[in-house]
Write a new protein. Structure first.
Length: 157
C-alpha cells in the first residue's frame, strides 16, 4: 500500500482534468474551414481567369484586322462580290513590329515580281504575297519563297 501512496503524491489531489478535446476539435475545424474557403476561392479565381482568357482568344480570332482600313465585314463583302476575279489563298511571308522594315521588305518582294501586301494585325505588320485562286498555285510560289522566308505558309481568306 505504501507504493500506491507514493504514486498518488505525484499527481495533484484536485479534481480530475476535464476533457477539452471537444473545444479543441471545434477550433481546428473552424480553422480548417477557413483554409478550405480560401482554397475554393483561389480555384474559382483560376477557373474564371481561364474561361475569360478562352473567350478573349475566341473574340480575338474573329477580329483579326487584315489590311489597314479594311474591316472583316468589308473583306467578306469584297470576297463575295469579287470571288471570280480575286483569289482565295495568300502566302504569309513574315511579320514585323516596325512598319518601316515591313514596307522595305514589301518593296523588295515587289521588285522581285511578287504582288506583296501589308496587313496590320495586333500591333504587328504582316507581309503577304499573292492572291491565288487555287492552293496548287500558291504552293508553287511558296516553294520559291520558303528558300528565303523559312516560316512562310499559305493562308486562306
Amino acid at each position: 500500500m505504501k507504493e500506491s501512496n507514493q504514486q498518488l503524491e505525484l499527481f495533484s489531489q484536485s479534481s480530475p482534468p476535464q476533457d477539452n478535446s471537444g473545444t479543441m476539435a471545434m477550433r481546428f475545424l473552424s480553422f480548417a474551414a477557413g483554409y478550405e474557403k480560401a482554397i475554393v476561392f483561389i480555384i474559382s479565381l483560376i477557373v474564371t481567369g481561364v474561361v475569360c482568357f478562352s473567350f478573349g482568344i475566341e473574340q480575338g480570332k474573329k477580329r483579326i484586322p487584315l489590311e489597314e482600313g479594311i474591316t472583316q465585314a468589308s473583306l467578306a463583302a469584297r470576297s463575295s462580290t469579287d470571288q471570280a476575279s480575286s483569289g482565295v489563298y495568300i502566302i504569309q511571308v513574315a511579320s514585323f513590329k516596325d512598319k518601316t522594315f515591313a514596307k522595305k521588305e514589301a518593296d523588295f518582294l515587289s521588285r522581285k515580281g511578287y504582288p506583296a501586301s501589308l496587313w496590320s494585325s495586333s500591333g504587328k505588320f504582316v507581309l503577304c504575297v499573292g492572291n491565288f485562286k487555287s492552293e496548287e498555285k500558291a504552293r508553287a510560289v511558296l516553294s520559291k519563297l520558303i528558300k528565303v522566308y523559312n516560316d512562310s505558309f499559305i493562308r486562306r481568306l
